[in-house]
Design a binder for this molecule. Structure first.
Ligand code: HEC
Ligand code: HEC
Length: 237
């Protein structure tokens, strides 16, 4: 962390060079050899320098831009990042940020194709991946105390010296923030561990989203349905 701050000037120059190079490089490479719009190529040439190859905002530019480039895989942005919104921002930019509009360089059709690409490749795909990761993390870190379905553990299955957690499906008002805090900070006085030291922030968010969307949304009130994205709601795992 400290080494990053050592020479901001040199870093800024390097990034400026990167940014300038990208569109120039892109100039004759906007279209695939058969002349069709190639959104992956457009993304690579115009966007990845800031938003990263994986769309998660982890680029070299990240450390020098305030605010940093958007992380398209952030579940908190999923509702906002519709195809229309992405296309509009791509064309017009976002005032007060390093996100400039590209309408002089990209046609409306190219912006639209790019927006669809960002949506399917990063916004949606990452949702699935995060859900899968959240489920795995939950099994690893939480199930021992909260039970595999979040409804608590069978009395016989509680490990000695461990205070089992409550039935999460019975707690009202578990907002995303509240679950994130519960996971990150815990409540030592109640025997609830915090995981901020062991889990990366993205993993804490993934497990919190899994709790809310995978477990809370599948309460007994909706049993017999696949309440969430057609995934099994039987609470077997
Ligand atoms: C110079 C770096 C840079 C480049 C290149 C860049 N962006 Fe951005 N982008 C940003 C920054 C910074 C933000 C602002 C993030 C925020 O609002 O917190 C942003 C925001 C966005 C947003 C809005 C996110 C939100 O939550 O409101 C979209 C959509 C977006 N960029 C798409 C693109 C696309 C598509 C491309 C390629 C055509 C691209 N960006 C190229 C830096 C960049
Ligand atoms: C060692 C047992 C234990 C583990 C492991 C554990 N919890 Fe808990 N959890 C508890 C206890 C005990 C409480 C009740 C705390 C209280 O009384 O306020 C609790 C409460 C909660 C709450 C409710 C917080 C609130 O605001 O009411 C949530 C949400 C939660 N846990 C999620 C998780 C998740 C997700 C994990 C895995 C990352 C996890 N817990 C791991 C024991 C545990």
């Amino acid at each position: 962390m400290p080494s990053r701050r050592k020479c901001p000037a040199r870093l800024a120059v390097a990034i400026a060079a990167l940014l300038l190079a990208a569109p120039v490089f892109a100039g004759d490479r906007k279209k695939s050899p058969d002349g069709r719009i190639d959104p992956a190529l457009l993304y690579h040439n115009y966007c990845s320098v800031c938003h990263g190859d994986q769309g998660d905002g982890r680029s070299r530019a990240r450390n020098s831009l305030v605010p940093p480039p958007a992380n398209f895989t952030d579940p908190g942005l999923r509702a906002r990042l519709s195809v229309d919104y992405i296309a509009a921002i791509t064309r017009e930019g976002k005032p007060g940020t390093a996100m400039v509009g590209w309408k002089t360089q990209l046609t409306p059709a190219e912006s639209k194709a790019l927006a669809q690409y960002v949506r399917t490749q990063f916004v949606e795909k990452s949702g699935d991946e995060a859900a899968r990761r959240g489920r795995t993390l939950y099994g690893h870190y939480c199930a021992a105390c909260h039970g595999p379905a979040g409804r608590g553990v069978e009395p016989g299955a509680v490990r000695e010296g461990v205070k089992p957690g409550p039935d999460l499906t019975k707690i009202a008002g578990l907002t995303r923030e509240r679950v994130i805090t519960a996971v990150a900070v815990g409540k030592a006085s109640a025997g609830k561990p915090g995981f901020a030291q062991q889990m990366a922030p993205a993993d804490i968010e993934a497990v919190a989203d899994y709790v809310r969307q995978g477990l809370l949304a599948v309460s007994p009130a909706v049993s017999g349905t696949t309440a969430h994205g057609g995934k099994a709601s039987d609470g077997k795992r």
